[in-house]
Design a protein. Structure first.
Length: 441
C-alpha cells in the first residue's frame, strides 16, 4: 500500500521503471549543496556476499539535505521487482549499516558508510519537492506528446499487462497526491512566513516609535531642567564667594553641597542630551585641526583637584613626535571622551593609586590609552560595560555614584569618529581603556 507520512511506497514494478527511479535518485544529488554518498548493488560485485544479497537491487543516497533508499527484490529474468522507496531516516540508517557490515572495517566503503550514516537528517522540504516534481516530469507524458497505447505482446498474458498498467496508474496517482500535499505545505509555510514578517515589521516600527518618543521626552525634560538648574548653580556659586563673616561655616557647607549636586545633575542632563542627539542622528562633528598635546594637558588639568582629593597620582605619558602633534577631528568631543574616561578611572581607583593618560599616533590614527590601578572589572561583566544605564554588579557598587551613561556616551562619540574602544581589566589590579580615532580627513 502507498504510504504518505514519509512519502514512501512499496510495489511490484517493472525492471525498466525501477531503473528509472534509480536514475532519478542519482540526478537529484546534483541539486544537493552538500556532498552526497550514492551506492548501488554494483559495489557488492568485488566482494563475497551472502546468498540473500545476490538478488538484491538497490540505490542508496545519503546526504545532510536529502537521503533515500530504493530497494528491489527479484530475479533478473522475471522482469518484475518487489520495489520499495523510502525516505525514512531509521530505515535508511539500518540498511546502510547492513551494507557496511559486508565490508571489512578498515575498508574505505565501510568507513564512508558509517560516516554518512551518522550524518543522516530528515530531508529538506524544498529538495523533497523538487524530487517529486522531477519524478512526475520524468514518468508522466508531456501535454504536447501524443499519448499512444503501448503495444501488447501477444505472448504476454493479458492479466500481467493489466497488472502493470494498474501498478503504474497507482504510482502516478500517488505522485500526484504527494505533489498536491507538498504544494499545500509550501503555501502554508509561505503564508506563515509572510505573517511572521509582518509581525516583526510591526514590532520594529513600534520599537522605533517608542525609541523616538523616549528621545524626544528626554530632550524636552532635560531642556526644561537646564534653566532652573543654571540658576541654582549660579546663585550658589555667587553666595560661596561672599566674605566668610557674612556666612557661617554650616551655611557655606550647605551651599557647597547645593553647588556640587547641581554640577553633578548638570553633567547627567548633558549626557542624556548628547545621547539622545546622537541616537536621533542629529549630532554633527565640528572638524578642526588641534594639538593632541594641548588637549591631553587640558583634560588632566581639569581633573587635578578631583584626583588630589583622593591622593591619586595623575600622569601624562606623551609618545608623540612633535611633527605629528597636529590632528584633525572634533577637538571638543575628543576632550569629552578623555574627560569621561579619566573621571571614570579616578572614581574607581582607591586612594593612593595612579591614573595614566598615554597618547601616540600610528598611521593617521590617534591612540589614547587610560590606565588605572583601580578595582578592575570581572571578565563576565565586560560585555555590559558600554550599555546605557548599566551599573556593574560588584561588591563596590554601593560605594560609587553614577548612572552608567558616561561610558555609553563615550562609545557613541568614538564610533561617531569611525573609531573603536576596547578595554582590558583584571579584578583588584586595574583597567586599561584604549581608544582609536582615525584622522577625519
Amino acid at each position: 500500500m502507498l504510504s504518505s507520512p514519509d512519502l514512501s511506497f512499496s510495489r511490484n514494478l517493472p525492471l525498466v521503471v525501477f531503473n528509472q527511479l534509480g536514475e532519478l535518485l542519482q540526478q537529484i544529488t546534483q541539486v544537493v549543496e552538500t556532498t552526497a554518498l550514492v551506492i548501488t548493488e554494483a559495489v557488492l560485485a568485488r566482494i563475497d556476499i551472502p546468498l540473500e544479497w545476490r538478488s538484491q537491487r538497490f540505490t542508496l543516497v545519503i546526504s545532510e539535505q536529502f537521503s533515500a533508499l530504493l530497494l528491489g527484490q527479484g530475479e533478473q529474468g522475471e522482469g518484475q521487482l518487489n520495489t520499495s522507496l523510502t525516505f525514512n531516516c531509521e530505515a535508511i540508517a539500518l540498511f546502510a549499516s547492513q551494507v557496511r557490515d559486508l565490508f571489512e572495517r578498515e575498508s574505505y566503503t565501510h568507513q564512508s558508510l558509517e560516516l554518512y550514516r551518522q550524518a543522516l537528517k530528515p530531508n529538506d522540504t524544498q529538495i523533497q519537492t523538487k524530487f517529486t516534481l522531477l519524478l512526475l516530469e520524468y514518468l508522466l507524458p508531456q501535454p504536447s506528446e501524443e499519448i499512444t497505447e503501448p503495444e501488447v505482446d501477444s505472448s504476454q498474458p493479458v492479466e500481467d499487462v493489466l497488472k502493470n498498467r494498474l501498478h503504474q496508474s497507482e504510482l502516478m496517482q500517488y505522485l500526484q497526491d504527494a505533489t498536491r500535499t507538498l504544494t499545500a505545505e509550501k503555501q502554508t509555510l509561505e503564508k506563515r512566513l509572510i505573517e511572521r514578517t509582518m509581525a516583526l515589521r510591526e514590532a520594529l516600527l513600534a520599537a522605533e516609535a517608542a525609541n523616538r518618543l523616549r528621545n524626544e521626552f528626554l530632550a524636552t525634560i532635560s531642556h526644561e531642567l537646564l534653566t532652573p538648574l543654571t540658576y541654582v548653580i549660579g546663585m550658589s556659586s555667587t553666595l560661596l564667594r561672599w566674605p566668610l563673616g557674612e556666612l557661617s561655616k554650616r551655611q557655606r557647607d550647605y551651599l557647597q553641597t547645593i553647588h556640587d549636586s547641581g554640577e553633578h545633575l548638570l553633567e547627567l542632563i548633558n549626557d542624556i542630551l548628547d545621547l539622545s542627539q546622537i541616537e536621533a542622528g542629529k549630532t554633527v562633528l565640528n572638524i578642526t585641526e588641534f594639538s593632541l598635546t594641548e588637549t591631553a594637558k587640558n583634560s588632566l588639568e581639569s581633573l587635578i583637584k578631583k584626583a588630589a582629593s583622593k591622593q591619586i597620582n595623575l600622569q601624562l605619558d606623551l609618545q608623540i613626535d612633535p611633527r605629528r602633534d597636529r590632528f584633525t577631528a572634533d577637538a571638543e568631543r575628543i576632550g569629552q571622551i578623555l574627560w569621561n574616561l579619566l573621571t571614570n578611572a579616578i572614581k574607581f581607583t582607591p586612594e593612593g593609586g595612579s591614573v595614566t593618560l598615554r597618547i601616540w599616533v600610528e598611521n593617521n590614527t590617534a591612540i589614547f590609552q587610560i590606565e588605572d590601578t583601580g578595582i578592575g572589572i570581572p571578565e563576565a561583566q565586560l560585555p555590559l560595560l558600554f550599555e546605557k544605564f548599566q551599573q556593574l554588579d560588584t561588591p563596590y557598587r554601593r560605594s560609587y555614584e553614577g548612572t552608567g551613561l558616561g561610558l555609553a556616551l563615550t562609545k557613541q562619540l568614538v564610533e561617531l569618529h569611525r573609531g573603536r574602544i576596547e578595554v582590558e581589566s583584571t579584578v583588584a589590579i586595574g583597567s586599561i581603556f584604549t581608544v582609536w580615532i582615525p584622522a577625519q580627513l
